[in-house]
Design a protein around this ligand. Sequence first.
Ligand code: NAP
Length: 272
Amino acid sequence: MGWPIAGRRQERLRSGYLLYTILCARPIATAAKSAMITEHSRTAFITGANKGIGKETARQLAQQGFAVFIGARDMTKGREAAEELCNQGFEATFIHLDITDPVSIKNAVGTFSQKADHLDVLINNAAVLEDHGEDITKLNTEMLDRTLKSNVTGPILVTQYFLPYLLKSQSGARVINVSSGAGALHDMNTYAPAYSISKTALNAVTRQFAAALHKQNIAVNCVDPGWVRTDMGGSSASRPVEKGAETIVWLAAEASPTETGKFWHDKREVEW
Ligand code: NAP
């Protein structure tokens, strides 16, 4: 039984899907025997995990013993993010995913199914913010459509497509939608109208899925990560990514599975 050095392997799987996986250090014999299942029994899929809060969430979950799946539309950055985790001794797999493209989502689920037979945690993190500084009175509705497609329709489709695998989670699956304080109606102002409207809608999506999946033992929650230093949040933001990912990771791994249909910030339920 030998230990391979960490490296990158491109596999053409029997289904025809292309799986870019990173070989983490593990015995070759074990890898060969169980090529289609993850080494760690708990699995988490994170969209937009090539950078920012998504990438940090993947790192913290890997640290807690999850096999993490890095969903990213950018092949190079997605592979690099998975490779970085593997080089730290964690189990990570890059899966190509554009949340605005149903075919890409379907293919991502197909690729996932070659590696794992269940999904414990789905984190809908990927999103766009295109209208910082814009005003609803002059809002470009094409941009609004694009924003809703990414931030609302995307998470709905990703959850629908992964549902068969969430239902196979032994422990009861968790879906976490990364929302924003900008989507909270109780103190909504003029900030980024398309983005804010999309996050309010994502909160409604959270309530809908939570109610629909309650009896199937799947908890669905949304999180405001606060103002975080990422490409989206900018360099003046008050929080590091570690803090931005904290409540997401807590909901994924520690919070009571009976908590569902709620909006969270800093591990506390907050007003819609
Ligand atoms: P970020 O660094 O800009 O990361 C956004 C991620 O989403 C990137 O990986 C991006 O991929 C991905 N993405 C966007 N559209 C996609 C698509 N169609 N398919 C697949 N991936 C896509 O932003 P972040 O700050 O980490 O944001 C993460 C989440 O936190 C978002 O839901 C955001 O709304 C929320 N949030 C952030 C803050 C903040 O202050 N940063 C505050 C409140 C809420 P590319 O690299 O390819 O663009």
